[in-house]
Design a protein around this ligand. Structure first.
Ligand code: ADP
Ligand code: NA
Length: 324
């Protein structure tokens, strides 16, 4: 069976962007692939984190994966730091990666720009991400559009390792959803929606209450044209809302444009809000049950144990190939 790996950082509560760009596909893929879904806590610490908040975010992320439909009988759900092979292979891949190629990563440039002190791990993090993926001999990596460049680097590192030492790693393919690959900020539709955004009005959290979702939608930045039409270049705000609406309901953007012909933004925004609320309501309900129960810890323990077998197998092969 073909293998899949994907990870999400526990750096805040998941956004609608994380759901539509990542988790939604995971739920579909778990039926046809051997899936490894990871809470990448070691990636989260590349920027400062509050200890208690991080603990909570890890648990909350696990509950959201499950509430969204990840089934631990079908997929392996685990915490990165509980499988030490990740950092071990990460170090080995750092050793064959070049500073120059890491410095070219746009996410690194964005996250480090204007900061006085930047951790060395923020620079080398793509090597750890490559290790995450390569340990499981992943064929496919389902991610949002923002991870394209990191995936390219993963492929380069794998190929370099295979050529230099021995043919150990499967070269993974990226898989980006057709709609929802890049949900934009509601306040600045030229920036991606992110859970680490300082402006809370820019993103919809998967745990936002209906009232809050309505409010955020109402204040979403659009334009003054008054026409509901998809035009990413000239109408990024409305285009983003159309994408959100379409990915929440499955209705095509063309149909939605026709539906709102001659109608104002107020009605449109209200309907987008309702679609998001309807999508999230059952997930939020399951989340509440899970977060209050203690099955979470058992699932994560079992996940780490299950992930360790293939991870250690690959690690040992790679160590041997390198002469370690
Ligand atoms: P964030 O930027 O919110 O911290 P992560 O880096 O943890 O997100 O990414 C987790 C997954 O969610 C990745 O597959 C990423 O591509 C996807 N993702 C993140 N933001 C978006 C977005 N705005 N639209 C679509 N997918 C996204
Ligand atoms: Na991120």
């Amino acid at each position: 069976m073909e293998k899949i790996f994907s990870g999400i950082q526990p750096s805040g509560t998941l956004t609608l962007g994380n759901y539509l760009g990542a988790i939604k596909q995971f739920v579909e893929l778990q039926n046809d692939y051997e899936c490894y879904f990871c809470i990448v806590d070691e990636h989260a610490i590349t920027v400062p984190q509050d200890r208690l908040k991080l603990r909570n975010n890890i648990r909350s992320l696990a509950a959201l994966y499950l509430a969204s439909g990840i089934n631990p009988e079908k997929a392996t759900l685990f915490i990165q730091s509980e499988v030490p092979a990740h950092t071990q292979l990460g170090w080995m891949l750092q050793s064959i990666g070049y500073v120059g190629e890491l410095e070219r990563m746009t996410q690194y440039k964005d996250k480090s720009s204007g900061k006085e002190a930047v951790s060395s791990a923020l620079l080398t993090y793509p090597a750890l991400m490559a290790a995450d993926i390569l340990l499981y001999q992943s064929n496919i990596v389902p991610v949002g559009d923002d991870q394209k460049q990191h995936l390219e680097l993963t492929r380069d590192l794998a190929q370099r390792f295979n050529n230099r030492y021995n043919d150990i790693f499967t070269i993974p393919e990226i898989r980006i959803p057709k709609v929802g690959a890049r949900i934009m900020s509601l306040q600045d539709p030229t920036k991606k929606m992110s859970k680490s955004d300082e402006n809370e009005k820019g993103f919809i959290s998967m745990l936002d209450e209906p009232k809050r979702i309505e409010k955020k939608m109402k204040s979403a930045v659009t334009d003054s044209e008054g026409i509901v039409k998809y035009d990413k270049e000239n109408k990024p705000g409305i285009s983003n809302l159309l994408t959100i609406y379409s990915s929440c309901t499955g209705e095509s953007i063309t149909n939605l444009e026709a539906k709102y012909e001659g109608k104002g933004y107020g009605e449109f925004k209200q309907d987008v809000a309702n679609a998001v609320i309807a999508l999230l309501a059952p997930i939020q309900e399951k989340y509440q049950e899970l977060i209050e129960s203690d099955v979470l810890d058992d699932i994560l323990d079992q996940g780490a144990e299950k992930a360790s077998f293939p991870a250690n197998k690959t690690l040992n092969k790679a160590k041997k190939a390198m002469g370690l």
